[in-house]
Design a protein around this ligand. Sequence first.
Ligand code: CA
Length: 228
Amino acid sequence: MPAKIVLVEDEQNIRDTVSYALRQEGHQVTGYADGEEAWKALERRLPDLLILDILLPRLDGLELCRRVRARSESLPLMFLTSRDEEFDRVLGLELGADDYLCKPFSVRELCARVKVLLRRGVRRESEQRLRVGALELDGPRHTARWKDQAVRLTVTEFRMLQCLARQPGVVRTREQLLAESFPHDQYMSDRTVDTHIKRLRRKLAAADPAFAGIETIYGLGYRYAAES
Ligand code: CA
């Protein structure tokens, strides 16, 4: 299925080779050599898939990834990295990249990975409706239900709950919760997360006094209880 792909890579020969190969597969590819310029375009419109180099002029790939993830958690995203960027590569996956390729890579390999990511992307759209135990979250509608009772949440509260419930049993740091709940607002603090979590708990407890789904993990962050 043809997709709109944005490729941000400052090395022109890589950009040209990759663009050419993906166009041969029927995709529409827009290339950018500069992070800031790419962000201006991405801010207006997100593609179906994003391929990011890490070291870029003006705005690096990791920051681009952070900003894009604040907008969309489901957009398939792949990093292109150099071997000496091992640390960044791990960080990239923590930031929510779906895949990475080390340079030099084969274009055939890249096309194969793109195919997998696009397929997974379609599947993830439907996963935006999330059901974890007694909790039901409808991503597109931003509605939450606990034991079939509607719980009215603000958009931020909804996003935080979604971020937690998507990975039951996994600790999410305040930083991760912030990044996923506020579209790159730099003025939010860790305290803000605590305030929203407190409200979330209060609202869920109003629906069910026994609710204990959101656990505090001291010194780390919060976790959605796997068994709730
Ligand atoms: Ca580069």
